[in-house]
Structure formats: C-alpha cells, structure tokens
Design a protein around this ligand. Structure first.
Ligand code: SF4
Ligand code: ZN
Length: 263
C-alpha cells in the first residue's frame, strides 16, 4: 500500500530515474522510509545530514543515519553546523530574543543549508520525509499565522523558484504517519527513538492534537479538500531575489538565515 502510494506520487511528479536526488536525512523514521523507498524503486539517491550539534541527540541521529546508509548502500554527506558557522544551533536558540520558536530557527537553517549543499553536489532534486499528516498540519498553521497564500504549494513537488533553487519533492505526501510507523517497524530500519530536547512548536503540537481526534476517513477527505482549495489560491508570482550577504534565494534583501546569524 505505502509503496503503491509512493510509486503513484513519483509518477505524478514525473521523477526521472537518471536524476540525482539528495535525501535529507534527520535520523527519524520519515526520512529513513523516504530513502528506503526511493532506493528500492531504483532512483539515483545520496543522503545528506545536517549535524546541528544538539549533544547526545545529534550523536544518536548520526549513528542511526550512518547505519541506514550502510544498509541501503548509499553515499552520505554530513554538514556540521558548528564547523561551518562556529556555533551549534543551541547558541541560536539561547540567544533568540525575538520569540521565534526553536523549530522555526532550525527550519530556516536546514532549508538554507540543504539548498546550497544540494546545488554544490549538482543534485536535480531534494527529497524530504514530509508525510500527509505533516502537510495537513502545515496547511492549517499557515492559515493560523495569516499566510494562507503559502498553501498554494500544497503538493508533492514545489515549483522552481529561480536558477539557484533546487526543486524539493515529498515522496510521502499521501502517506499517513501511522503507515510510516508500521513500515519502519516491519523493516526494522535504524532510526532514533528519542525526541529532540529542544522541540518547541506550539502551533504544530496543537494542530497535531486536533487531527488526532479525527478518523482516517475524515483526514483523507480533508486532504482532498485542501488539495482542491490550494488550486484556488493565487500563486505568489513575485520574482525571487538573492540575499545581499550570501547570494542564496530569498524573498527579501537579506535572507532569513543571514538575519538569524546576527543573533
Ligand atoms: Fe530542530 Fe525542532 Fe527538529 Fe529539534 S525538533 S531538531 S529544534 S526542528
Ligand atoms: Zn543570506
């Protein structure tokens, strides 16, 4: 079932087996299943992991990823945040006075690093482990935060936003978290079980609880409705700019990552 869903998604986005795909590996089940299935289905993949420097948690993530890549026989690239910027992600969490959530800070860095590193590796696509339930939550969070236009991206492949932008794909877009849990257990994929000690994302926790109260059938219906809704949302056609400091794609003069570096 899960394989069938992923096959259909990859067919829909016309993913070519010759394309080089960099899979963003976090150490968790979602990215492990993404890598496993892409490899099983014959795609040309390599893994990348961003070591955030969160003590034992980061060490355990790296350990799990190394054994996953060995098992799948795929090349692994590791980006060490502290080595590259002189600071671990924890420094940015602690110095943050703007009340930005830890996960948002983390997300900004991860997005920036992934795009740049994947480009350096001459990748055609970046695959992430976002699944159906993540996507349903994000749709609502965008509305809560007053940015419903971001939901025009509610699909398994994001639009190309400019020459320096590597297209992101989400092979698990139609797969539920429960299916991923069962599959990881069945295959005994190496993953970290512990939860990041800095996880703090109020909106996500609340929206997750909200969806947990619904049946599978209701969630599938909401998914269909959100997909229809997203088609009606006006796409942001503004030209992609490039950050004055780092030259990476950015909506503003200075990208969010360079803004955070000032913390
Ligand atoms: Fe970063 Fe949040 Fe993930 Fe922890 S849970 S690694 S803070 S995104
Ligand atoms: Zn920048």
């Amino acid at each position: 079932m899960i394989e069938q869903k992923v096959k259909q998604t990859l067919k829909k986005i016309k993913l070519n087996k010759k394309e080089k795909i960099i899979v963003a590996l976090s150490g968790g089940k979602d990215s492990a299943v993404t890598a496993y299935l892409l490899k099983k289905l014959g795609y040309n993949i390599e893994g990348i992991h961003i070591n955030l420097g969160i003590g034992k948690y980061s060490e355990d993530c790296l350990k799990a990823i190394k054994s996953l890549c060995k098992e799948l026989n795929i090349k692994l690239h590791v980006y060490n945040l502290k080595k590259e910027t002189g600071k671990s992600i924890v420094t940015f969490f602690e110095k943050n006075t703007k009340k930005i959530s830890n996960c948002t800070i983390c997300g900004v860095f991860k997005k920036w690093i992934l795009n740049r590193e994947a480009r350096k590796l001459k990748a055609d696509r970046i695959a992430t482990g976002h699944h159906r339930d993540d996507e349903l939550q994000t749709f609502l969070i965008n509305i809560f935060k007053g940015s419903p236009n971001l939901n025009s991206n509610f699909k398994p492949m994001l639009d190309k936003k400019g020459p320096k932008f590597i297209i992101k794909i989400k092979p698990l877009f139609f797969v539920s978290e429960e299916e991923i849990k069962r599959y990881t257990k069945k295959l005994k994929l190496p993953t970290v079980k512990e939860i990041c000690p800095y996880r703090k994302e109020t909106y996500r926790v609340e929206t997750r609880k909200l969806f947990e109260q619904l049946s599978e059938r209701e969630k599938e219906n909401i998914m269909k409705n959100f997909l229809e809704l997203s088609k009606k949302i006006k796409k942001d056609k503004s030209k992609m700019n490039y950050c004055e400091f780092c030259g990476e794609p950015s909506r503003n003069k200075i990208c969010k990552k360079c803004e955070l570096m000032k913390i």
